[in-house]
Design a protein around this ligand. Structure first.
Ligand SMILES: Cc1ncc(C[n+]2csc(CCOP(=O)(O)OP(=O)(O)O)c2C)c(N)n1
Length: 545
């Protein structure tokens, strides 16, 4: 059989339902093999958009997702998503067309050495120089993408190799090694919990999904344990629970940081405890945390890497929590006081008071109206920027929601992520929060949404600035505005030009009425919000000179 057909057979065996792509002459044989294969091709308008869709699908499902790009320019455009897949630990598979084998190393048209180019981002880069090796190297790479700390794997596919005649073999899937822990591990963690006065559980991405969130909730309730969630993983725990101890990451305000600093035990579960999740390596503090530190993760690499760790456990985070959540513990009043103290700070931060500004509407007003009218199981997607801060602070997310945001903080994720969410789970409503900067990076993928019947609901915060950078600029160089202003199109007219419904909210609009019409529109829709610059983010206002 043809090498290209081996690839498609393997993708199907790994449960791949769709492949996002921008086509290229370097992998025509693969496109041909996909034709009528049952794996749907989603043709995108930019490789960054295709890659972000794959990242979002992988984050939503927890399973590998695939995107395909052409050599050289296609591959370099795709790199933003490979970077995201690494930083967000997502099992994303990139298939890149490559120049023909006999031309490699001559420096021919669009030739790039992908091992070097993607080497520092991808978990693995395989250049397939003999089609017969695909039978083994495909399951090897896809397993690598899923194992331990998940991450991106790149296949460089020389265009002539795709035509190799290879043995007709059944596709193989290499299973992951199983993880285990025993009663002794559970007893050691329980002893540390019992000895602690002010414990906090820090919940990370490896608890995403139904099983993880259910185990976390049961554990927290049984142990009377406050739960803080890591950056962009707000959806793993009920933000309205009295046990909620806040969202860790950029924008964590001083009051929350100083309350958490009083903890005497941190149980980090399913998080790599990176710089953002650990509040810049202060919670816990490197190298020697003030608290006793327990770290449970399915891979040993992040455990004890940056912090002295008192108890590290390589295990399935949800399974460990499920064991620890079996029986309700009786705790003393000091623990209850600790829970109330943390949650009291969180409740204060969650309360929303709109900023009355002359230059536009506080975007938070729109976010709160969306929270009120959106279905309880809606999917939220985030671009990078200030437009997401109101969600983090004021939207009481729960495990019924799914938040698809990038730990990587890449602009351009929001719109493609909402499209991939809609394709993958069409019964749910995906709502995208994006700024006027980010939306013109990948907003053209709305054309892709229309082509495949996806129904993203895109909310644009149009404040005429690269808001987040302006925030930093005002702090570092007050009053000296440089490089952060934007000149925008009329986003309502822009959206309508795609043939979709578009709504506008400005100061004085009937926010509730417009938001409910927007949410109940069939298909893709845009909500263009003329936001105030003064109400710059959920965490601060801008003084305009
Ligand atoms: C691809 C990419 N380029 C640049 C940046 C740096 N950056 C972070 S936020 C931001 C501004 C975002 O502006 P906008 O989309 O208008 O959202 P706002 O902050 O105003 O809500 C920039 C330029 C980035 N994170 N990603």
């Amino acid at each position: 059989m043809r090498a290209a057909d081996v690839i498609v057979r393997s993708l199907k065996a790994h449960g791949i339902k769709r492949a996002y792509c921008v086509p290229g002459e370097s992998y025509l044989a693969l496109l041909d093999a996909l034709n009528e294969s049952g794996v749907e091709i989603i043709v995108c308008r930019h490789e960054g958009g295709a890659g972000f869709m794959a990242c979002a699908e992988a984050k939503l499902t927890g399973e590998p997702a695939v995107f395909m790009v052409s050599r050289g320019p296609g591959a370099t455009n795709a790199s933003i998503a490979v970077h995201m897949a690494e930083q967000d630990a997502l099992p994303v598979i990139l298939l890149v067309g490559q120049v023909a084998r006999e031309e490699r190393t001559r420096g021919v048209f669009q030739e790039v050495d992908y091992k070097e180019f993607f080497g520092s981002m991808a978990k693995g880069v395989y250049e397939i120089t003999d089609g017969r090796r695909l039978h083994e190297l495909l399951p090897r790479g896809i397993r690598l993408a899923r194992e331990g700390v998940p991450g991106p794997v790149v296949y460089s596919l020389p265009e002539d190799m795709l035509h190799d005649e290879v043995d007709d073999k059944e596709a193989v899937v290499f299973p992951l090694p199983s993880l285990s822990h025993g009663p002794k591990d559970v007893a050691r963690i329980q002893a540390l919990i019992d000895a602690a006065e002010r414990p906090v559980l820090v919940a990370g991405a490896r608890l995403r999904g139904k099983a993880g969130a259910a185990a976390l909730t049961r554990f927290a309730e049984a142990q009377r344990m406050p739960v803080a969630v890591t950056w962009k993983n707000q959806d793993v725990f009920d933000n309205a629970s009295p046990l909620y101890a806040g969202h860790l990451g950029f924008g964590a305000v001083a009051a929350l940081k100083s309350a958490l600093a009083e903890a005497d035990l941190i149980i980090a579960v399913g998080t790599r405890l990176g710089d953002v999740a650990s509040l810049g390596y202060t919670f816990p503090e490197t190298p020697s945390p003030k608290q006793t530190l327990v770290h449970i993760y399915p891979d040993g690499k992040p455990i004890g890497h940056v912090f002295r760790t008192d108890l590290g456990l390589i295990a399935d985070p949800a399974a460990v929590l499920a064991d620890l959540g079996q029986e309700a513990r009786v705790v003393n009043s000091a623990r209850e006081a600790w829970i109330s103290k943390l949650n009291g700070v969180v409740k204060q931060l969650q309360a929303f008071t709109p900023v009355e500004a002359d230059d536009g509407i506080d975007f938070g007003v729109v976010v709160k109206a969306l929270e009120k009218y959106a279905p309880k199981d809606c999917i939220i997607t985030h671009d990078a920027g200030n437009s997401t801060t109101w969600f983090h602070r004021h939207w009481l997310a729960s495990p019924q929601n799914t938040l698809l945001g990038g730990i990587v903080g890449a602009m351009g994720l929001g719109v493609p992520a909402a499209i991939a969410a809609s394709l993958s789970q069409p019964q749910r409503v995906p709502i995208c929060f994006v700024g006027d900067g980010g939306v013109l990076m990948t907003g053209q993928e709305i054309a892709t949404a229309i082509a495949y019947g996806a129904a993203p609901k895109v909310v644009i915060s149009d404040n005429g600035i690269y808001g987040t950078i302006r925030t930093h600029q005002e702090r570092e160089y007050p009053g000296r505005v440089s490089g952060t202003m934007l000149s925008n199109p009329d986003f309502t007219a822009w959206a309508k030009s795609f043939g979709i419904a578009a709504f506008t909210i400005e100061k004085g609009s009937d926010v509730d009425g417009i938001v409910s019409s927007f949410l109940t529109t069939n298909g893709a829709a845009v909500l263009h919000v003329k936001s105030s610059r003064v109400a710059l983010s959920a965490n601060g206002q801008l003084k305009i000179a």
